[in-house]
Write a protein that binds this ligand. Sequence first.
Ligand SMILES: Cc1cc2nc3c(=O)[nH]c(=O)nc-3n(C[C@H](O)[C@H](O)[C@H](O)COP(=O)(O)O)c2cc1C
Length: 178
Amino acid sequence: MYKSHGFVDADCHWTCSMQSTPGGASGPIGATRSQRRRCYRCLLQLLRLVLVQDAAGRERLAKAAWDQNFIAEAPVAIVFLVDLNEASVRYGLRGRELYSLLDVGAAIENLILAALDYGLGTCWVGAFKEEEVARALNSPPGLRPVSIVSLGHASKQPNEREKKPLEQLLIRERFGET
Ligand SMILES: Cc1cc2nc3c(=O)[nH]c(=O)nc-3n(C[C@H](O)[C@H](O)[C@H](O)COP(=O)(O)O)c2cc1C
């Protein structure tokens, strides 16, 4: 799974929106599933991942996440951390405060899509006590836990969520023009 979302391949030439598929169609709609999994391969790799399969480890994470017990129940938890020092050295304040989080977000989205292709369910968890997670992982200073993703077979299909209408989210050209 890691290979498919950019942790191994380092080249950044593939883009989701421009590549032609073998069938001739181009763009995201025509892209094959595996190609879509490779969207945004140019991760800055400011992140570190801790794979937690051990039951006691998952329990500790669940507790640190305000007793979100599904973290302990699912067989795998992956904790995404960012290396704040590396982000600062390479990209300054913007790297530390922004790029690091974008990097994690892109990696998680790729992980979720890859998991879906394997028929697995995920839950992206952001509500947790950072210090407690860091303690549970024994992580060195400078690594900030940003998200936990629970991974396993979903016990039920999630209900459709109500989405904001596109017009509310998409601004054409610039704000204030009709
Ligand atoms: C940044 C972020 C943090 C989240 N934190 C939590 C959380 O702590 N606990 C939780 O149950 N869901 C959390 N969620 C929501 C679930 O992951 C949600 O079920 C998932 O985003 C699927 O959304 P959907 O139903 O729109 O597909 C979070 C989502 C995001 C994007």
